[in-house]
Design a protein around this ligand. Structure first.
Ligand SMILES: NC(=O)C1=CN([C@@H]2O[C@H](COP(=O)(O)OP(=O)(O)OC[C@H]3O[C@@H](n4cnc5c(N)ncnc54)[C@H](OP(=O)(O)O)[C@@H]3O)[C@@H](O)[C@H]2O)C=CC1
Ligand SMILES: CC(C)(CO)C(=O)C(=O)O
Length: 342
């Protein structure tokens, strides 16, 4: 049986690894001691937004706090936060089998490049996780829908059955860049959600927060057009129409944006989880990509730049900020385009 290793046993890693293990795949997890202790005591409990549940008993879990667990892996799924990718890549370079395949199931655009630089002779593939996972109590809960996307590669054939059996089929794509950008556009809400300090559903139900997201997305979409990058369609409507949908009044949004609100009522963005845990966030890998694209084009991205500043300020602060929608919107309008772009 092919061996799958999860490097980064957190929300995404434990969920995907747990689903694969629950359906009989050979899985090992690399993570922190606190997660290892939790899994040894309680096993791995998983649930999803459809009410399905899975459980893996403690004695069926292979968990390590160091990279040695990756040395016999045929496939490694990297699920650490972006700031930890370089360290993970350097460790993997010491132990990986020559023919092992690596998939980055991380947000942002640059994690595969970081992995590639440290693993130049390995196959490193871009992956994308569309759904939210919350680590709630001792359960890893998938709070929204969507399928795993990955760059097409012949070497993946040996693993397709594992993911299908787990109910998480891999959808392969020739070019992942349009998909990564489309996901990044949605992830521009991560910083807004973290600053709002509210569940995603509550936040997205309020027009002022949606206007903040529309500003950040419009700025990114203008740059993408200039760079001739067409984001993929990950939602019922194309990426270019989403800012217009976000700007409709609340009552209309509950109907027209119902899909965006189909999310567990407690779910928050991974960036919000990072702020809550006092960790460094991925804002430089998400909004930071928009600012870097602007710089490459000789332009500016003031709305996304301001969101980065606000998140960095929140990372340094002892007190967790809870921005009201109207206040955050005013802040972004001052930084950026003025009220004419609302
Ligand atoms: N959570 C979500 O709903 C979603 C997340 N994503 C993306 O998936 C990726 C993973 O996110 P998420 O699962 O939330 O992250 P988590 O922080 O929950 O999980 C990552 C885990 O890896 C651990 N880790 C980091 N470095 C090491 C190391 N060297 N050795 C052992 N363990 C290590 C971290 O520990 P520590 O914190 O102590 O460093 C943490 O427990 C991110 O890029 C995120 O943007 C995508 C879609 C949804
Ligand atoms: C699923 C989504 C878009 C929102 O939770 C996410 O990617 C994240 O939280 O990082």
């Amino acid at each position: 049986m092919m061996k799958i290793c999860i490097y980064g046993a957190g929300a995404i890693g434990c969920y995907i690894g747990g689903r694969l293990r629950a359906s009989g795949s050979h899985v090992s997890l690399i993570g922190r001691a606190r997660i290892g202790d939790e899994l040894r005591q309680h096993g791995l409990s998983l649930s999803d937004y459809r009410g399905q549940r899975w459980h893996v008993e403690p004695n069926a879990i292979v968990f390590a706090t160091d990279v040695s667990a990756a040395q016999d892996a045929d496939l490694v799924l990297v699920t650490v936060k972006s700031a930890a990718t370089a360290a993970a890549a350097a460790e993997l370079a010491d132990v990986l089998k020559p023919n092992a395949i690596v998939i980055s199931f991380q947000n942002g655009l640059s994690n595969t490049d970081v992995l590639h630089r440290a693993l130049p002779h390995h196959t490193v593939l871009e992956g994308m996780v569309p759904f939210n996972v919350v680590h709630d109590g001792h359960t890893f809960h998938q709070g929204s829908e969507g399928e795993l996307e990955v760059r097409e590669h012949a070497g993946l054939y040996a693993f397709l059955a594992d993911f299908k059996r787990a109910g998480l089929p891999l959808i392969e794509h020739f070019d992942m860049l349009p998909i990564q950008w489309a996901k990044l556009l949605l992830n521009l809400n991560n910083s807004i959600n973290a600053l709002a300090n509210l569940p995603l559903k509550t936040e997205l139900s309020q027009l002022d927060y949606r206007r903040c997201l529309a500003l950040a997305q419009r700025e990114a979409l203008t740059l993408l057009r200039a760079a001739k990058i067409e984001p993929a369609k990950l939602t019922p409507i194309p990426a270019h129409w989403i800012p217009r949908l976000l700007n409709v009044p609340d009552l209309l949004f509950t109907r027209l944006g119902a899909k965006m609100l189909t999310i567990d009522p407690q779910a928050r963005s991974s960036m919000s989880d990072d702020l809550a845990a006092g960790r460094m966030t991925e804002v430089d890998w998400i909004n930071g990509e928009v600012v870097r694209l602007a710089q490459q084009l000789g332009r500016e991205a003031p709305v996304n730049a301001r969101l980065i500043e606000l998140i960095h300020r929140a990372e340094r602060s002892e007190i967790r900020p809870s921005w009201k929608g109207s206040e955050l919107l005013a802040e972004l309008l001052i930084a950026g385009p003025g009220t004419d772009r609302l």
